[in-house]
Ligand binder design. Sequence first.
Ligand code: KG4
Ligand code: ZN
Length: 344
Amino acid sequence: MRVLGIESSCDETGIALVDATGGARPRLLAHALHSQIDLHQAYGGVVPELASRDHIQRALPLMQQVLDQAGHRLADVDLVAYTRGPGLAGALLVGAGLACALAAALGKPALGIHHLEGHLLSPFLSEDAPEFPFVALLVSGGHTQLMHVRGVGRYELLGETIDDAAGEAFDKSAKLLGLPYPGGPHLSKLAETGDAQAFKLPRPLLHSGDLDFSFAGLKTAVLTQVQRLGDQVAVRSADLAAATQSAIVDVLVAKSVAALERTGLDRLVVAGGVGANRLLRQRLDAACRDLGVRVHYPELHWCTDNGAMIALAAGMRVQARLAELDESYSFNVRPRWSLEELIA
Ligand code: KG4
Ligand code: ZN
């Protein structure tokens, strides 16, 4: 079964084709991605209306590119999967509308996929894929969650952020430091030349005893430092970036370790854009080595949004007999959508 996957939840148009024949792990045939970073950079963040319009322009040419790369025609597609949510409503509607129109024209089913399930399963795109069960640390621009993953569609929320997401904390702090959008990668690059001890920043909920996160206070602490520094911000920005990154990473590592201890599991999967962060990877590797826990990361280009994870999640759902294949071609997107609602 060949699955076409369409991701359009935010500022990346991602299209991919996977082969999900039989019981073997779905195999990626081809993928293509267009990032809208240049489009939104002047505004310092994603402009939803511009994002939707750009998805409309990019999706079909990218799809053709993917089919050409894979040596297939549209008629070879057996299932059209798309990101149904969470994400920007208009952007999601572009992918959903396109997927359902294509599926209707082909006489094949369409399947709406949860964006976070795509991230969660993205390590299965790697040669060295994890085995179930595992603890997943999902860290993206909009979400920070720890999940107990028993299998496809079997997700238990262990803890999540009560306010800002980790990626949001990176992005907002970066903005306060005058760095361009998207802030996370810029802040982490700047942090490499800074001294993380130079500023004392809070580690919210570090000792709360539960697995929840809170990053809004950290952003306020960074703002206070920026105001205090005044003209000196530019001179001290590397130190402040390093201190901010260190505070975020400390909390993510501590809570991940607590989740592993609580569940007794010996595998950790890290997914979502912040999973690309180098310090987070180093610190998790060190902590998990001590615990005898194996850590799996998706390859860097699968950490951020992409179509491959959507096609993959669709293929794995079909194989697990958990897909409600839709041949009515009516669709409704879910801009807000909890992963727990997916539970099989
Ligand atoms: O998963 P993703 O591509 O999109 C969402 O679903 O949100 O994650 C994007 C987030 C942004 O907040 C971005 O700043 C952050 O991931 N990010 C990073 C790094 N690369 C991307 N944060 C810290 N360090 C990085 N290297
Ligand atoms: Zn994402």
